[in-house]
Design a protein around this ligand. Structure first.
Ligand code: UDP
Ligand code: MN
Length: 460
């Protein structure tokens, strides 16, 4: 990375750095601003736009205005009403005069040379949204963790069916596709507020969903939209920016955290086709918002999808994130597997590798088991665990056919018999409860402890 040269021809595009904030601390906000000023060459830095999302702290008003008077390229604009980060970033981008927009959170520290590799990538290919490699700033000491130059385990951004964001190690085939360690890699989702994009392309693909409020969901919306509508999302490892990963917000959610689900429902309704039901089955609050139509009007966003002739969500899953496990869509919420003999439910054991029996409905996530069309019995997570019939013990192991690639191993295939007996044909034994253990035993229809039934908290 250090030896890369960014030639003046073609020149790197002038860039507007946009930083939205609500009640950010003075020190972290100014640290972000100064680190931009120190690290971006004057030739490239058109302006730094600070967007105050109607903060209530006094020091963020006149004191901030008079402080930035001494910094000619920095301006402050204010939203008259608290609306959230999407509309704050949109206000910033609407007045930006640079050719590229670089968005940052208000608690970052940019490393030397962070912007040039992002811009070089945008010059090479306009339809790309690029993120730096994000390193953490320690929450207590505010020290930046320097990424090791020998770091090979890069992380990309992903999501699960509750639509929460996760970091995940880059799969080997993505790593191997790169010529060397300085090459960008694809990411299914960007993590959020740290990215750069050509202003023209940002406008072409429909900026942001301006009806998303406060916080949350906008990174998924942008990510699905960019991929489905012909663009790309990449992380450029030569670009490094530190970010304070918070444990709490310095701000409130005026109408409650429900707003996050409302934003996510907007994402699901516009971009996820029939897969939205998997999300609704996982998150009941979201299902209610969708059912009652409490997510606002999405027709304008759907028109963007039509105008750009965007691909469907199946295409996205197959081509961008084929590793994501796609559960069957059941009619019921939160299925659990109850034993007829002791009326207890199958439950994930403490270490997550074993199962035990526990009163039904007492531990929701740990009692979620679904029976798939491929005859697996598996848990509720983005990397589900499969019930595995060992000779003596019943275990939970990582599903071998995860992501519908490959065959289900025989030990993970179960047949549910009409009376509710669950047979593993390969070992020829039935799932049973013996004392406090869950075991495979020789099938005996007279034994109530070999009879099971899928139950659910809310049924349609
Ligand atoms: N933000 C904002 N208005 C809001 C909520 C957040 O302007 O109502 C800003 C916040 O100050 C930060 C950025 O949006 O600069 C992203 O928020 P945050 O850092 O809390 O999100 P996280 O990084 O934790 O996902
Ligand atoms: Mn942040």
């Amino acid at each position: 990375c250090i030896s890369q040269k960014f030639k003046r021809c073609p020149p790197l595009p002038p860039t507007s750095v946009i930083i939205a904030f609500h009640n950010e601390a003075w020190s972290t906000l100014l640290r972000t601003v100064h680190s931009v000023l120190y690290t971006v060459p004057a030739l490239v830095l058109r302006e730094v736009i600070l967007v105050d999302d109607d903060s209530t702290e006094d020091y963020l008003k006149e004191r901030l205005d008079s402080y930035v008077k001494n910094l000619p390229v920095v301006k402050v604009v204010r939203q008259p009403k608290r609306k959230g980060l999407v509309s704050a970033r949109l206000l910033g981008s609407s007045i930006a005069t640079g050719e590229v927009l670089a968005f940052l959170d208000s608690h970052c520290e940019c490393f030397d040379g962070w912007l040039e590799p992002l811009l070089a990538r945008i010059v090479e290919s306009e339809q790309v949204v690029v993120s730096p490699q994000i390193t953490s700033i320690n929450l207590h000491t505010f020290e930046v963790e320097k990424p090791s130059p020998y770091e090979r385990n890069h992380s990309r951004g992903t999501f699960d069916w509750s639509l929460s964001f996760n970091w995940e190690e880059l799969p080997a085939y993505e790593s191997d596709a790169r010529k060397d360690e300085s090459f960008p890699f694809r990411t299914p989702v960007i993590s959020g507020g740290l990215f750069a994009v050509s202003k023209a392309y940002f406008e072409h693909i429909g900026t942001y969903d301006s009806q998303m409020e406060i916080w949350g969901g906008e990174n998924l919306e942008l990510s699905f939209r960019v991929w489905q509508c012909g663009g790309k999302l990449e992380i450029v490892p030569c670009s490094v920016v530190g970010h304070v990963f918070r444990s709490d917000t310095p701000y409130t959610f005026p109408d409650g955290v429900q707003v996050v689900y409302r934003n996510l429902v907007r994402v699901a309704e516009v971009w996820m086709d029939e897969y939205k039901d998997i999300f609704y089955h996982r998150i009941q609050e979201a299902a209610e918002i969708a059912q009652k139509g409490l997510f606002g009007d999405v027709s304008e966003r759907k028109r963007i999808r039509e105008r750009l002739r965007c691909k469907d969500f199946t295409w996205y899953l197959n081509n961008v994130y084929p590793e994501l496990f796609i559960p069957d869509i059941h009619k019921t919420m939160n299925p659990s597997l109850m034993n007829r003999g002791n009326q207890l439910c199958l439950t994930i054991g403490p270490a997550g590798r074993s199962v035990l029996m526990y009163p039904c409905y007492s531990l929701q996530e740990q009692q979620y088991f679904e029976y798939t069309s491929r005859s697996e019995i598996l848990t509720n997570s983005s990397h589900p665990l499969c019930l595995h019939a060992g000779i003596t013990m019943v275990l939970l192991v990582k599903c071998a056919a995860h992501g519908q690639i490959g065959d289900v191993p025989p030990a993970q295939k179960f047949q549910i018999k009409p009376g509710g007996m669950i047979l593993n044909p390969t070992v020829g034994l039935c799932l049973s409860v013996k004392g406090s253990f869950v075991k495979m035993m020789s099938c005996d229809p007279a034994d109530r402890r070999q009879h099971w039934t899928f139950i659910s908290e809310t049924s349609d």
